[in-house]
Design a protein. Structure first.
Length: 68
């Protein structure tokens, strides 16, 4: 009887460990996706900033050329 109880307890604890590991893996996967989306957003923002800076430089160059 004790052996059966010990096996049942071990099985229950093992199940909890697997569930915890599965939950942690899912959370890590979601965090990874969140980080990747953040990087994509940051890259898009940097591209827009670069384009705006280029456009400002072009306008400044055009204005300087018109003054000559």
């Amino acid at each position: 009887m004790r052996t059966l109880l010990a096996l049942a307890a071990a099985a229950a604890l093992t199940g909890c460990g697997l569930e915890t590991a599965s939950t942690a893996a899912t959370a890590a996967s979601l965090k990874k996706q969140e980080v990747e989306e953040g990087r994509k957003t940051m890259n898009r923002a940097q591209q827009k900033i670069d384009a705006a800076m280029h456009q400002m430089q072009q306008r400044a160059d055009d204005a300087a050329g018109a003054e000559k």
